[in-house]
Write a protein of this length. Sequence first.
Length: 160
Amino acid sequence: MKKFKIREAVEKDSESILNLIKELAAFEKEPDEVSLTIEELAKDGFGIKPKFKCFVAESKKKIVGIALFYPCYSSWKGASWHLEDLIVTKSFRGLGIGFSLLKKFIEFANSTNVRRIQWVVLDWNLEAINFYKKFGASTFDNWKITQMDDKAIDTFINNQ
């Protein structure tokens, strides 16, 4: 019997969501990189024009996992969804929560008739890579993620 439930996140979940994001950042060896605030998260996810959707896993009224995702567009496939974070707090891993969150996300994406969903996984996180591959996902070694943070954006803008 499952000792957790999956539901759509609501604004009052913002603090718990942010705490899980910070836990993931620490796991990914980047604990100081999270600059997002609870207020920003609440506004961006639950304001007038939400920028993301989120499912939460809840056990005994405590949020123990999240799947946070947003719409994107593929010039090859059309409307798509990007899974930004799939997180289960360490003490609740191995109970099927990650699978349940992934399943809920995939079912949601399928209900919107997209041709593609995507996410990123660190190359050293073999446990996650194997987890995703087990369900038919592909990882690409020949594609490199390219990003600019706020400092790089400012530098670019101010030097052109």
